[in-house]
Design a protein around this ligand. Structure first.
Ligand code: FAD
Length: 432
């Protein structure tokens, strides 16, 4: 059943927003010597909300923000068992792109890139989106064929992608070894100029600030321990902070999503695997694009501060462990040096891991479930950060109207029973 708005979104936005960030404000704040006001408010937990969102990552917070901002539904709580962004949203390598393989996927991720392009203005928060271009290297004829296929699907959806040869790759990334003597010579690449990187925690904080300004309650350190379901519909949630009555629960817990779905008696075709990443000391800027090699299971970008951020494919086992391993960093270093031998002396500062909720077709699961009022926005695997805005926008619409909008219709849970998978492995496995 559609939910009723409890406020005019535009009026709430104007009335409730904290002071806009500005150069003059920064100057005034500096002179005042006062603490900055909190970016999002702290509230006691209410005993009842119209909507409870489980998971304070980019997906949960974006859904809360768009529910309030686009639909005027602000009697909403976002619950996180840790702090906001403590899951994949604060651990990812922040690569954004829309050069997927299926028309459904390209359309969906392209809408997200469009929302990201104007997010800093929308949220009044500098999310540092740098559209520096994204290169997926092809080291075999088979992968060149997939790149061509992706380029054509992308172009048909109005997304800028093209296959380029080794000379053009070398021009874009002079430090890359494109010689035929390389162990896996570079035969070409899929070049996607709109792709890039963003400041992931700024996105999380920006959505939290925007949602809070519209009246959403954000409760950190509040773990959901059970979901009350009676007569096939949701009645409330049990939490470490007490019981909350609600008719709508959105599961946005990524790597933990099957645990929450189990509480509602909903079975998801999702497994959880760790994904590791690493960052080096800062070096002089030399890399102005994102580089991905599926064959070598590695990708790299350089931050504005000069650090190199590396990632890989998921660890080859299911686990809820978020510990880094020596095997990962050894394998990663070997593969990076095959691509860029000049990095031999750069030191790794830190490595870490997060949890990824993998689906059989490498596409998300979004929308309603057989339990009325229990919705899912899960199956984000290694590629879900880029989808935060479009997912939030679409899930908010789904909650407000009671039915999934067109853009997420292909990603319903029922596609597995119907055999209508949206196979994205060829574009999502390492590229993230
Ligand atoms: C190393 C790494 C690199 C990645 N790189 C990229 C990339 O470059 N580009 C990209 O698009 N994606 C990338 N991803 C994937 C991306 O990070 C995730 O898909 C995305 O962040 C998922 O966001 P989310 O909001 O759904 O979940 P999360 O950010 O994981 O948030 C889920 C939240 O749920 C909370 N929670 C869990 N259980 C409970 C409970 N019982 N009660 C209350 N709260 C609970 C957790 O504390 C957590 O904060 C990467 C992931 C990793 C780990």
């Amino acid at each position: 059943m559609p939910l009723r708005a409890n406020g005019d979104p535009r009026r709430r936005r104007r009335g409730g927003y904290p002071a806009r960030y500005s150069a003059a404000g920064l100057f005034r704040q500096g002179l005042s010597r006062k603490q900055w006001p909190r970016a999002w408010a702290h509230h006691p937990v209410r005993r009842s909300y119209d909507v409870v969102i489980v998971g304070g990552g980019v997906h949960g917070l974006a859904a809360a923000y768009y529910l309030a901002a686009n639909h005027g539904i602000s009697n909403v709580a976002v619950l996180d068992k840790g702090y906001i962004g403590s899951g994949g949203s604060g651990r990812n390598t922040a690569i954004l792109r829309s050069n997927y393989l299926t028309p459904e996927g390209v359309r969906f991720y392209n809408r997200s890139v469009q929302l990201y392009q104007r997010l800093a203005t929308e949220l009044d928060y500098n999310v540092m989106f740098s559209q520096r271009g994204h290169l997926t290297l092809a080291h075999s004829d088979a992968s060149l064929r997939t790149m061509r296929w992706r380029a054509e699907v992308n172009k048909a959806q109005g997304v800028d992608s093209e296959v380029i040869g080794p000379a053009e790759v070398k021009r874009l990334v002079p430090f890359l070894d494109v010689s035929t003597a390389a162990r896996y010579p570079v035969l070409g690449a899929l070049y996607h100029p709109p792709g890039g990187i963003i400041r992931h925690d700024a996105v999380v904080w920006g959505y939290a600030r925007g949602a809070s300004a519209h009246g959403v309650h954000i409760h950190q350190n509040t773990e959901v321990t059970g979901i009350d379901v009676a007569a096939g519909r949701v009645r409330g949630v049990k939490t470490s902070g007490g019981d909350i009555a609600t008719g709508v629960v959105l599961n946005a817990t990524a790597g933990w999503s099957t645990l929450i779905a189990d509480m509602a008696g909903v079975s998801l075709p999702v497994t959880t695997s760790p994904l590791q990443a690493a960052v080096t000391e800062p070096v002089k800027p030399f890399l102005s694009t994102v580089i991905v090699s599926g064959t070598l299971h590695v990708y790299v970008s350089q931050t504005d501060r000069g650090e190199l951020v590396f990632g890989a494919s998921v660890d080859p086992f299911t686990s809820y462990s978020m510990r880094g391993s020596l095997e990962f960093i050894e394998g990663l270093a070997g593969h990076v040096l095959q691509l860029m031998p000049a990095l031999g002396k750069v030191r790794v500062l830190r490595q870490w891991a997060g949890l990824c909720d993998m689906t059989p077709d490498f596409s998300p699961i979004m929308g309603n479930t057989p339990v009325e009022g229990f919705l899912v926005d899960v199956g984000w695997g290694t590629y879900g950060f880029k989808a935060g805005p479009v997912s939030g926008e679409a899930m908010a619409q789904c909650i407000a109207s009671g039915k999934p909008p067109e853009i997420i219709a292909p990603f319903g849970l029922d596609r597995f029973a119907a055999g209508a998978l949206v196979g994205e492995k060829g574009a999502a496995a390492v590229g993230h």
